[in-house]
Design a protein around this ligand. Structure first.
Ligand SMILES: [Zn+2]
Length: 127
């Protein structure tokens, strides 16, 4: 159901913090977004090439339904080594993106992270 209203990853970004909040209300929704970003045509196993919805474990790893390969949605991205919630990173990237578009929202107090670090990496990837 939600698929129809879900924005296109890599094309659509939240325009306001309220919008961000509703898009990325959970780790699951963050991960969904990253999956769409990484596999715009749908998930595809990097080992056997199978296309289709993967299993998702509690830790947030994706598993191929055929060869059982474990695939992290964040492998090879700036999210890879972090144990921070994906939401924190998406938020940092969103701020960078928003600012490039001429919008400079204030960083909400609730964001507890090293935004400097996130933004210095984020500018290279998030556009
Ligand atoms: Zn596979």
């Amino acid at each position: 159901m939600d698929d129809e209203v879900w924005p296109v990853a890599g094309v659509d970004y939240p325009r306001t913090f309220q919008e961000f909040d509703s898009w990325f209300e959970s780790e699951e929704s963050c991960r969904d977004y990253l999956v769409r970003l990484r596999w715009p045509g749908g998930f595809q196993c990097s080992r056997c090439g199978l296309k289709g919805e993967p299993w998702v474990t509690a830790r947030g790893y994706l598993h191929c339904r055929r060869c059982k390969a474990e695939i992290s949605v964040t492998a090879g991205t700036l999210f890879e080594r972090t144990r921070r919630p994906l939401r924190d990173w998406l938020l940092a990237i969103w701020f960078v993106t928003s600012q490039k578009n001429g919008v400079a929202p204030e960083l909400p107090d609730r964001v507890d992270m090293d935004a400097q670090d996130a933004t210095s990496h984020g500018t290279a990837r998030a556009r």
